[in-house]
Ligand binder design. Structure first.
Ligand code: NDP
Length: 248
């Protein structure tokens, strides 16, 4: 028996990296999956990959910081498939710099996509899930939201904000059959981390007790747990998936 048979999921920022890993894993487990990216050229091939797994797929090119666009997409998924069971707010960017050099524009861009984007996804989804009296929301934070990091004040603020927002929405909907949790990935091999210089990568790896970078599949496994019935009594939590990098 597949673990997400008959479920309908939206996963933002799923044309590559962690989001794509989650989208493919959910599709393998029987979920219909709606993916998003910023460009239709990157969205279409992934829609085809998902359909090839024998489930239904939809794809939208949009900016998660644009509430109207997110609301329209969410309504279209509900209209096409009848329910929305799982939402993974994954889309995110970095614009790193020490605060002395970080521009207000770079601060706003990261907050708008990483933090307001997660708010937008939840705001559009919760009325649907509330009526269903069921739903799983998974917000992708980061270990940087727990520890902070020099050069990432904007990113750390957005990822710490996701954790506080996750707990708040979890409390608002806990009695209505919905679970809202976050995942804090550590150091995962994607386009986002490929741009980190090699010497810094080596330094980061020294802080990972498991001595390897994570793969998108490592995060997908945790997301599958939180999206499935196995997590029905878990809400407001942040699951750290980082090879042991951050232990509190
Ligand atoms: P990637 O840069 O590999 O992929 C980013 C994805 O987000 C792409 O699908 C991209 O679409 C989409 N995206 C970017 N901006 C927007 C936007 N404004 N609106 C909609 N979609 C957008 O990132 P990762 O897979 O590495 O990261 C995914 C998430 O995981 C992020 O939230 C990140 O902060 C978090 N994370 C990553 C870690 C890592 O080590 N990689 C560690 C901790 C957290 P397109 O292809 O069209 O540009």
């Amino acid at each position: 028996m597949k673990r997400l048979s008959g479920k309908n999921a939206i996963i933002t920022g799923s044309t590559r990296g962690i989001g794509k890993g989650i989208a493919l894993r959910f599709a393998e487990e029987g979920a219909n999956v709606c993916i998003t990216g910023t460009k239709i050229e990157t969205v279409e091939p992934v829609v085809k990959e998902i359909e090839a797994l024998g489930v239904r797929a939809l794809g939208f090119a949009l900016n998660v910081a644009d509430y109207k666009a997110v609301e329209e997409m969410t309504a279209k998924v509900k209209e096409a498939w009848g329910s929305l069971d799982i939402l993974v707010n994954n889309a995110g960017i970095t614009k790193d710099n020490l605060i002395l050099r970080m521009t207000p524009e770079d601060f706003d861009a990261v907050i708008n996509i990483n933090l307001k984007g997660v708010f937008n996804g939840m705001k559009a989804a919760v009325p649907i899930m509330m009526k269903q009296r069921s739903g799983k929301i998974i917000n992708i934070s980061s270990v940087i939201g727990l520890t902070g990091n020099a050069g990432q004040a904007n990113y750390a603020a957005s990822k710490a904000g996701i954790i506080g927002m996750t707990k708040s929405i979890a409390k608002e909907f806990a009695a209505r059959g919905m679970q809202v949790n976050a995942i804090a990935p550590g150091y995962i091999q994607t386009d986002m981390t490929d741009k980190v210089p090699d010497n810094i990568k080596e330094e980061i790896l020294k802080m990972v007790p498991m001595k390897r970078m994570g793969q998108p599949e490592d995060i997908a496994k945790a997301a599958l747990f939180l999206a499935s019935g196995d997590s029905d009594y878990i809400t407001g939590q942040t699951l750290v998936v980082d090879g042991g990098m951050v232990m509190s």
